[in-house]
Design a protein around this ligand. Structure first.
Ligand code: HEM
Length: 407
């Protein structure tokens, strides 16, 4: 078998198998060699992990670091104007998603209390109200409407703003800049400008919360003297970005997926008790957060291969979640018990906001299907603009229509 997989333009990410499935090149690779050597665009060699068991193993093994300041992490996407990395990126204060223990543990621990299952359960009614108000607004509009702008983006944005104590009125600043920051092909200057604007905004916000704390998560953090303003800004950035971009894309892309699987949708409508399982299944099925990067701090055996110390390891959550060896038969199935999927990652960095996301998704999909029994796409499915150009996948717009029903 050849030493490296010929991937001249980095990770093969063409959506040639449809908007939801892994690209055929990835599916073939997973069947042939679930832990495969990979050549990055700059010629550097690394590893691509696509099999469910191997992805889970990498995510659980702390010898695979999340730090970007430890070694050079090669990414398969090129930002115009950005030379191939030759030096590690500096550590960003507060950005604990890119840290290892003990720094990661110290910062994550400060937030676990705010995101427990119990705490989230207490918020469920409130989140359902937010969804209900947004659905009322939607019902008052004349279709066709863009579901992203009118529902999928506002719901998680309103929720995370309220939890963090970020004024929703400032959404133009954080939504536009976070979207710019996530565009793969954005020039380095524009990315830095978007990042600077977001950081400047959040630094001002946490500084004012430190001076005058309120009743929200950022204020609770700002009360703690052992966190610097830079750390508070990094944490706020992570929570705000992770808190609205991901869930919004699952709501919009998930609605598209349900509409494209009318048999499954009919079963869900006929039996709303299936909703919790259907939400797990849609999380498994969608490629919203597909690839994650790790850096091997030692030689590690995975799936019969030796990943050498210093390698960049790319794991594909999408490929793992569609691995037929783990998820029998693979197609979208609202009856499936999909627990064990890796949409929220696995191991020390497993998504902190997953209970919040589940509540938002159950309330969001449940409310939408109940209130709009005739919801359908307003354009042919092939014309839906997919976010192939973004680091978090979804749809740019989802034009939908319905026949108004008297309530
Ligand atoms: C981490 C996915 C919603 C906050 C992660 C990771 C994934 C993920 C895959 C692991 C990253 C890694 O290992 O490098 C998702 C998906 C969501 C979602 C698919 C929606 C359906 C949220 C929400 C929040 C959130 C609503 C709210 C605050 C975080 C944070 C981390 C994280 C703070 C970093 C955890 C750590 O490093 O310890 N998420 N997420 N996420 N997520 Fe989420």
């Amino acid at each position: 078998m050849s030493r490296t997989v010929p991937v001249p333009h980095g990770l093969p990410i063409d959506r040639d198998a449809g908007p939801f499935d892994p690209p055929t090149a990835i599916t073939r690779l997973r069947a042939a060699r679930p832990v495969s050597p990979l050549v990055f665009p700059d010629g550097h060699e690394g590893w691509l992990v696509t099999g469910y068991d191997a992805v889970r193993q990498v995510m659980a093994d702390t010898r695979f670091s999340s730090r970007q300041d430890l070694g050079v992490i090669h990414v398969p996407y090129e930002t115009p104007g950005m030379p191939a990395p030759t030096e590690p990126s500096p550590q960003v204060p507060g950005l604990f998603i890119a840290m290892d223990p003990p720094d990661h543990t110290r910062l994550r621990r400060k937030l676990t209390g705010a995101f427990t299952v119990m705490r989230m359960k207490q918020l469920e009614e409130h989140i359902t109200d937010i969804v209900g108000r947004q659905l009322d607004r939607l019902a008052g509009l004349t279709p066709p409407v863009d579901l992203v702008q009118e529902f999928a983006l506002p719901v998680p944005s309103l929720v995370i703003c309220e939890l963090l104590g970020v004024p929703y009125a400032d959404r133009a600043t954080f939504q536009v800049n976070s979207a710019k920051f996530l565009v793969k092909d954005q020039s380095l200057e524009e990315k830095m400008a978007a990042l600077g604007a977001l950081n400047g905004y959040l630094a001002g916000l946490v500084t004012s919360k430190r001076a005058e704390p309120g009743e929200d998560i950022l204020s609770d953090l700002a009360r703690q003297d052992d966190l610097s303003v830079e750390e508070l800004t990094g944490i706020a950035f992570l929570l705000l970005l992770a808190g609205h971009e991901t869930t919004a894309n699952v709501l919009a892309l998930g609605t598209f997926a349900f509409l494209e699987h009318p048999g499954q949708l009919a079963e869900l409508r006929a039996n709303p008790d299936l909703l919790p399982d259907a939400v797990e299944e849609i999380l498994r099925y969608l490629p919203v957060v597909d690839v994650l990067y790790r850096y091997a701090t030692e030689d590690v055996e995975v799936g019969g291969e030796t990943i050498g110390k210093g390698s960049t390891v790319v794991v594909s959550l999408l490929a793992a979640n569609h691995d037929p060896r783990r998820f029998d038969g693979d197609p979208l199935d609202v009856h499936r018990k999909a627990r064990g999927h890796l949409a929220f990652g696995h191991g020390a960095h497993q998504c902190l906001g997953q209970q919040l996301a589940r509540i938002e998704l159950r309330a969001g999909f449940g409310g939408l299907l109940r209130r709009f029994p005739e919801l359908r796409l307003a354009i042919p499915a092939g014309e839906v603009k997919l976010k192939a150009d973004m680091n978090i996948y979804g749809v740019h717009e989802l034009p939908v229509t319905w026949t108004a029903v008297r309530r």
